[in-house]
Each structure stands twice: as C-alpha cells, then as structure tokens.
Design a protein around this ligand. Structure first.
Ligand code: ATP
Ligand code: MG
Ligand code: MG
Length: 351
C-alpha cells in the first residue's frame, strides 16, 4: 500500500508526513477543524469531528495504514477504522489516555511510580493529601498535556486555594528528581525493538523546553532499568510504532511518570541527530517495513523548543554559528505557551 492516514493535525503529524513523503508514501490527515499544521504536508485532509463515523470511514477507506499523532483521539473514533489497517493497537491509546490506567499498567510490569491516589470528589482529594502528604500535584486523569490541567500543592494550607475541579483526577506526591529523561523506542510488526539514546529533559511550567545529549551519568546509569520497563510495556501492548515513556532519575532509580503512545517532543533531535529519526521509524513500523538504526551521530546535541512569540524572530537563529537546524511548524497564531517550532544544535566538540 502507498497511502498512510494520520489522526491528529499537529506538528507531530506534520513531521510524520514529511518522513512518509521521503519514503514515497502519500499522507491523508484527519482532525477536527482548527490550526491543523499537518494539512500543509498532506495530500488530503479531513476536517471532521471525532464522532463523525461516516467521515472516519471515508478517510480510512483511502488509507492502506492508519496511525495517530495525538494521544487524545477518542478510542471510539478508532472503532471506525478497520483494525488490520490500524497501528499501534488501540489498547495502547486506551491505557495511556488515563493517568491511573497507565500507572497501574506499567507498575504491573515492574515500574516504580510516585505515590498516587484517585481523586473523584472533594473528600477523596482531602484523603489523598492526608495519605500521600505534600508537596504534591493534582492532575486531571485525562486530556492534560504540556502541564495543562495540573495544580501544585506546596502545603496542606495551600490546599484552600486548590479545589477538586469536578473531573476525575489523580493526586501524586512530588518526586525529588535529579533530572528527567525519556525512553523512546520503535517496535516493528515483527517485534524488533530499537531504542534511541535517552536525552536529559528540562521542563518549565510543565512544558518541555530543552533536551540534551549526552544526558549525563545520572541518567545513563538508570537507562537500562528504564528500557526494560519500556520494552515490557511495548511487548505487553503488542505495540507497533514509536512509544515513549517519561521517567524521573532519582537517588532510588528511575521513577515512571507517564507514557505517550506516539512520537515525542524529546525525540525531535533524532531528525538530524540519529541514523533514523523517530518519525521515519514510526512510518516504517506502521507500513510494515524494517526499522532503521537508531545510533546517535554526534558527540553533543541540544534541542530547544520555540514557544509563543519567540517564533516571530526565530529566523534570526539561522545566522548563528554552528549550523543550527531550525524547524517551524507553520502555526498561524503564536499564542503564549504554544509550541511553534524547535531548533536542534549538533556538534562533535566535547561539552
Ligand atoms: P506532556 O506534555 O509531557 O504530555 P503532561 O501535561 O502530560 O505533559 P506530566 O508529564 O505529567 O504532564 O507533567 C509535566 C511535568 O511536570 C513533568 O515533566 C515534570 O517536570 C513535572 N511533574 C509532573 N509530575 C510530577 C511529580 N509527581 N513530581 C515532580 N514533578 C512532576
Ligand atoms: Mg502527558
Ligand atoms: Mg509528560
């Protein structure tokens, strides 16, 4: 087959479509109306809702393989896609869409999580804080991204200012970590698993701002254990495609934070920095092609996100020394806190 369908219209879909084009595939996108920057790179784009089963079926009928770039595609929308054409398996989306589900699932496979509790009422919120203590974070169980739908609680007294938001939540103890890192893997239809090197990730206000390689000893000594969990997760889900697990590196080893059943912001460096990018390997996996190698090609790599109005002056980056690789996503509106692009700097000079 030669047409790949992508559910979701964001920058991840745009970069997947670019990788697919290189391999000779045509991409068709599907997402509700909005600033769908993946549409620029797609041969056709359906701007329809997630519950429009007729449109979903028409979209799927044109595709030889269908995947997603957006982890909040309702599982019900996937039911309109013939299962033999869909990868990864919808089970991965179902597990990862709910923070309680994903923590339980990965804990079963041997991962350690921060202490957590389900919160579905004011009373449960109070009890969770009493049991787990402060500092902690209240997060909506579903639909959060880039730190949205999260409230930090520094102390019991501060609780007065944070109320149960009326949607199912999870309360987690705050992890005292040295750094954060992610394990990104690709798993082929034949079960072959390839890992990219783990970057050290820095977040601000819950949003990724910087990933760098090498990640440092604090991370490298924990990667093996984290990879074992990630591989077990991918195997348990019969996963086909790119899967990401986020971890905190702590004194007691890796603590699992969350998973993303898709390509990941902390893997953008792989476009220039690895033998095969996360986007290309995701396309290869869902198209049933052999995976490419994931070796890191430079001694040092930095990826910075370009957020909000910083994008307006981003072309100035091209005048900098060291041949920075600039990526802009073509979003029409540079809203505050919105990911507009990224820049990757590679070098063979030691740090
Ligand atoms: P993403 O955009 O990665 O999907 P998200 O909105 O799903 O993000 P999380 O990954 O749960 O949110 O949290 C965002 C960031 O907030 C984390 O990367 C980390 O920096 C911080 N954070 C979240 N939970 C904890 C915790 N329990 N302890 C310490 N820091 C935390
Ligand atoms: Mg998340
Ligand atoms: Mg996260």
């Amino acid at each position: 087959g030669s047409t790949i369908g992508i559910l979701g219209g964001g920058q991840l879909g745009r970069m997947l479509a670019m990788a697919a084009a290189q391999l000779g595939y045509r991409c068709i996108g599907y997402a509700p109306a909005g600033d769908n920057v993946a549409a620029d790179m797609s041969a056709d784009f359906f701007e329809n809702g997630w519950s429009d089963n007729a449109a979903l079926a028409a979209f799927a009928s044109q595709c030889d393989a269908v995947t997603w770039e957006f982890e909040n595609v309702p599982v019900s929308a996937l039911e309109a896609i013939p299962p033999e054409r869909l990868a990864p398996h919808p089970k991965a989306l179902e597990v990862a869409q709910d923070r309680l589900n994903e923590k339980r699932f990965v804990e079963e496979l041997g991962a350690r999580c921060a202490p957590y509790a389900r919160v579905e009422s004011d009373e449960e919120f109070a009890r969770a804080v009493e049991r787990i203590g402060t500092p902690g974070i209240l997060k909506t169980a579903r639909d959060g991204y880039d730190g949205k739908g999260q409230w930090r609680i520094a102390s019991e007294r501060e609780l007065d200012g944070v109320r149960f938001p009326g949607r199912p939540c999870i309360y987690e103890g705050l992890v005292d970590f040295d750094t954060e890192f992610s394990v990104i893997l690709a798993r082929g239809a034949d079960g072959d698993v390839q890992f990219w090197e783990s970057s050290s990730n820095r977040h601000e206000g819950g949003m990724l701002v910087h990933s760098c390689l090498p990640a440092g000893e604090g991370v490298s000594e924990q990667v093996e254990a984290a990879r074992a969990i990630a591989r077990a997760t991918a195997d348990a889900l019969g996963y086909v495609g790119v899967l990401t697990l986020e971890f905190f590196a702590t004194n007691e080893g890796p603590v699992f934070n969350e998973m993303a059943p898709r390509v990941h912001n902390s893997g953008h460096w792989t476009i220039e920095g690895a033998s095969t990018s996360q986007f290309e390997n995701h396309i290869r996996a869902v198209a049933g092609l052999p995976l490419g190698g994931t070796e890191t090609r430079f001694a040092r790599i930095d990826m910075h996100n370009i957020v909000g109005e910083d994008a307006l002056a981003a072309h100035a980056i091209l005048a900098e020394e060291g041949e920075p690789h600039l990526h802009l996503y073509g979003k029409r509106e540079a809203r505050e806190g919105r990911k507009m692009g990224h820049v990757t700097r590679v070098s063979n000079e030691p740090a």
